[in-house]
Write a protein that binds this ligand. Structure first.
Ligand SMILES: [Zn+2]
Length: 307
């Protein structure tokens, strides 16, 4: 709690040594040309951001859960929703189990795989996941592709939301041909009962996300991360203005707070929390509206308590 407001971080990740093993294994399956290009890109990433892509954490899931819980305590964060990075990630299942009522998770699947819908159902029904995360740019599919529809149908029957990362991304695999949120429009219309969330205000495609809100009511945005995409727009704006526009278009019921915290060694992204909470207060929102954005909205979408 911060000043009596329940804080739920709706978008975090867990990076472990196992995550890195998946990344390396996938890379190992590519041809030498791809691997060389990846190497050049990752060297550039380290220089540009003075950061590794992930961290090598070999701790067992129970310890990871304990350490993250302590980290959240330090910053007044009540609950967290962890978003899976890879379909194979079973560590996340164990972390959320160990985290009890406090941790939730969105599963991810590759819609190109024949068993994607079964994997999703298993994650949700048997393992306690509360939503689906899809990443069209890294998995090279369009959200409107009919091949993805069985997944949306599964989400509708399970009553869980779908989170999309569209727009720009740090991932090397990204292909911006699959980045435009407009591609989601037919899906939003075909599945009006399913709540959809677009992460990072559309990560550069802010205009498109606002346009979608003109047409549909089942779309939400998450605010997560440092929102570096703002620096790549052809015009100047600020995160505060982005919040203001989003509030005007979406209203406070469809905006969801998150930090994209991911590395325990770097700690919880307190600066993101402080900045966004500060912006909401400066926009003179009421306490009720701030509570919606900082936690109540995501709890409403995921059903609030675990079964
Ligand atoms: Zn993320």
């Amino acid at each position: 709690m911060i000043d009596g407001i329940e804080i739920v971080d709706a978008h975090m990740h867990i990076m472990t040594a196992a995550t890195n093993r998946w990344i390396r294994q996938r890379l190992g399956e590519k041809d030498p040309g791809y691997r060389r290009a990846y190497q050049l890109w990752s060297d550039g990433f380290r220089k540009r951001y003075d950061s590794e892509l992930g961290e090598e954490n070999e701790d067992p899931p129970e310890k990871l859960a304990r350490d993250w819980a302590r980290e959240l305590d330090r910053h007044g964060v009540d609950r967290a929703v962890f978003v899976a990075l890879y379909p194979e990630e079973d560590e996340l299942t164990q972390v959320i189990e160990a985290g009890g009522q406090r941790f939730y998770a969105f599963a991810t699947v590759d819609p190109r795989e024949a068993d994607a819908a079964q994997l999703l159902r298993r994650r949700i029904v048997e393992q306690g996941y509360v939503g689906l995360k899809l990443y069209p740019t890294t998995m090279a599919f369009l959200p409107s592709d009919r091949a993805v529809y069985p997944l949306y149908e599964e989400c509708r029957s399970l009553g869980v939301p779908v989170l999309f990362h569209l727009g720009i991304t740090l991932q090397y695999e990204a292909d911006l041909r699959y980045a435009n949120p407009i591609e989601l429009h037919p899906v939003l219309k075909d599945f009006p009962e399913v709540p959809f969330i677009i992460a990072h205000f559309g990560a550069g495609y802010f205009r498109e996300v606002l346009f979608l809100a003109y047409h549909v009511n089942n779309l939400h945005v998450d605010t997560c991360g440092k929102n570096v995409w703002i620096d790549y727009l052809p015009y100047r704006t600020t995160l505060s203005e982005v919040f203001e526009r989003t509030l005007q278009v979406f209203g406070p019921e469809r905006i969801i707070f998150g930090t994209d915290s991911r590395m325990l060694s770097r700690g919880y992204r307190r600066a993101v929390l402080r900045q966004q909470l500060g912006i909401l207060r400066s926009l003179e929102l009421g306490r009720e509206e701030i509570s919606l954005i900082m936690g109540a909205n995501i709890l409403r979408l995921i059903g609030g308590s675990k079964t």
